[in-house]
Ligand binder design. Structure first.
Ligand SMILES: [Zn+2]
Length: 83
């Protein structure tokens, strides 16, 4: 999506909300909680054709904080599974 192509329908009608004011939205509605006192604003990328939305945490400090506080998800062993 960040490259301007929809990852679902391959449309090029992608719009980014990364630069809009008040990214966190009223009451933090466009953000995710990291911990009790910390939230991360999200950059939204919307496909105007199919409506698909991708969201990214863009603040590097928040990404570091998440990697410190959240549980790591280990990659699954996919060798014995159909892809
Ligand atoms: Zn699409």
């Amino acid at each position: 999506m960040k490259t301007g192509v929809c990852s679902k329908c391959s449309s090029h009608e992608i719009f980014s909300g990364a630069g809009i004011a008040l990214k966190k939205g009223p009451f933090g509605s466009n953000s995710i909680p990291i911990g009790l006192t910390s939230i991360a604003a999200l950059d939204n990328f919307v496909c105007a054709k199919c409506g698909y939305v991708e969201r990214y945490v863009s603040n590097p400090e928040k990404l570091t904080e998440i990697s410190r506080k959240w549980d790591s998800v280990e990659p699954e062993d996919t060798e014995n599974k159909d892809k």
